[in-house]
Write a protein that binds this ligand. Sequence first.
Ligand code: DQA
Length: 147
Amino acid sequence: MQKILIINGPNLNMLGTREPEIYGSETLQDIEKKCKEYAVAVGLTIDFMQSNNEGDLITAIQDSIKTHHGLLINAGAYTHTSIALMDALLALKIPVIEVHLSNIFRREPFRHDSYISKAAKGVICGFGSDSYILALQAVADILKRGK
Ligand code: DQA
């Protein structure tokens, strides 16, 4: 069975109480459960992780080279700052999809630029927790088609 790694960056552990008017009321555990249920339906296995540390996120990306067939990443604010995360993602051969709960293009100008996008096959943002499901659907299709 093909394995997908879902990586969540800083402050996403605070979902549920963090700015619910922007990010909704679901917790990260709720999103993990929703992703795992969807994965079963499309025949994928999921590993789901969160860290507030840039280095831990980079190590998880590097380790996925040997273990995973696709990667979803919501890098939180590192999206807009981290060349190191971008470089780690560029070293991967597996498909990478960038995910955001909010529509980053409707928000402050500093959120309009993404280093992650430079290493991603595509971006899904603005659909709340459904952004993760839409990204899983996209990666499932890519893996099924082989491109
Ligand atoms: C976010 C958008 C980022 O700009 C922000 O820093 C986050 C969450 C999102 O999912 O909408 O932490 O990645």
